[in-house]
Design a protein around this ligand. Structure first.
Ligand SMILES: NC(=O)c1ccc[n+]([C@@H]2O[C@H](COP(=O)([O-])OP(=O)(O)OC[C@H]3O[C@@H](n4cnc5c(N)ncnc54)[C@H](OP(=O)(O)O)[C@@H]3O)[C@@H](O)[C@H]2O)c1
Length: 240
C-alpha cells in the first residue's frame, strides 16, 4: 500500500531511519522527527523534496499540538503516523534507578500518548489513516532484566489496542509492531542474534496498513503464543 504522506517520530537512527528511507524511496513525502537534527538532515540530502526534517524532543509534550499542525500543513495531509521513539538504557539485574525508569516512561509512554492523540484525533475526523506504534516482544512478559522497559512496551500494546477498538468505526487502521532483537544503538548492549535495522524496517512497512499486532519474525508468533501462556512461577524459574 502506498502512503502519500507520513510522519515518523524517532526517525534519526535504527529502525525509524530505515523506515524513512524505504517510504521516501517509494515516493511518500515523509516528516522525519527526532532530536539529532544532523542525522535528519542526512535523510533530507539523500531524498530531496521527499523528506522534511523536524527537530523535536518528545519530552517537550507542550510543543506537540502546534508542531503536529505545522507538519501536517507542510505535508498537505496525513496518511500514515508512526510512533517509533524509544529508549532502553542498560539496567543491571540488581539496579533500581528512578531516573533511567522515568526516561523510559517519558519517551516510550508519555511521548507516545502526546503524539498519538494528535494523529488519532485527525484520523477520526478525516476517516482515513494508519496509526502505528512500535512495541516490542519485551512487552509480552514481565522479565527480570528490564522491568520498566517491558512495562512501557506492554503499556504501548494495550494503548494501541484501545486506539484500534475506538478508531475502527471510522475506517482507521491501528497497527502494533513487536520487533525482536534488532541491530541498532538501542540494543547494542544485548549479546544475541539480531535482525538488521533494514530488514526490520522492510517488514514493518508491510504491516503498517494491517489492523492488529504483528511480530517481525515468523517464529516469534508461535514462540510468544506459548511464552505468554507459561504460568508465572514456571516463567520465573526459566529466568528469561
Ligand atoms: N533494537 C531492538 O532490539 C528493538 C527491539 C524491539 C523494539 N524496539 C523498538 O524500536 C524502536 C526504535 O528503536 P531502535 O532499535 O531503532 O533504536 P535507536 O536507533 O536508538 O532509535 C531510537 C529512536 O528514538 C528516538 N528518540 C529517543 N529519545 C527521544 C526523544 N527524547 N525525543 C525524540 N526522539 C527520541 C531517537 O532519536 P534522537 O535520539 O535523535 O532523538 C531515535 O531516532 C524503539 O521504540 C524500540 O523500543 C527495538
Amino acid at each position: 500500500m502506498k502512503h502519500k504522506t507520513a510522519i515518523i517520530i524517532g526517525a534519526s537512527s535504527g529502525i525509524g531511519r530505515e523506515i524513512v528511507r524505504i517510504l521516501a524511496s517509494q515516493g511518500t513525502i515523509v516528516a522525519a522527527v527526532a532530536r539529532r537534527k544532523p542525522m535528519l538532515d542526512e535523510l533530507v540530502a539523500e531524498f530531496p523534496g521527499k523528506v522534511l526534517a523536524f527537530e523535536h524532543d518528545v519530552l517537550n509534550t507542550d510543543e506537540v499540538p502546534e508542531l503536529f499542525l505545522e507538519i501536517t500543513k507542510q505535508l498537505g495531509g496525513l496518511d500514515l503516523f508512526v510512533y517509533n521513539s524509544g529508549v532502553m538504557p542498560e539496567v543491571e539485574s540488581s539496579e533500581f534507578d528512578f531516573q533511567k525508569d522515568m526516561d523510559m516512561v517519558n519517551v516510550n509512554m508519555v511521548g507516545a500518548i502526546a503524539w498519538c492523540n494528535q494523529a488519532a484525533n485527525r484520523f477520526q475526523h478525516t476517516k482515513h489513516g494508519c496509526l502505528v506504534g512500535i512495541g516490542s516482544v519485551a512487552g509480552d512478559r514481565g522479565r527480570q532484566l528490564q522491568p520498566v522497559y517491558n512495562a512501557s512496551k506492554a503499556f504501548l500494546h494495550s494503548y494501541m489496542e484501545s486506539m484500534r477498538n475506538r478508531l475502527c468505526r471510522y475506517g482507521v487502521i491501528v497497527s502494533t509492531i513487536k520487533p525482536g532483537p534488532v541491530d541498532t544503538d538501542l540494543a547494542k548492549h544485548m549479546k544475541m542474534k539480531k535482525m538488521s535495522a533494514r530488514q526490520a524496517a522492510e517488514i514493518c512497512v508491510t504491516k503498517f496498513h494491517k489492523n492488529g499486532e504483528h511480530y517481525l519474525a515468523f517464529f516469534h508468533r508461535f514462540a510468544f503464543y506459548i511464552i505468554k501462556r507459561i504460568p508465572s512461577p514456571i516463567f520465573r524459574k526459566l529466568k528469561l
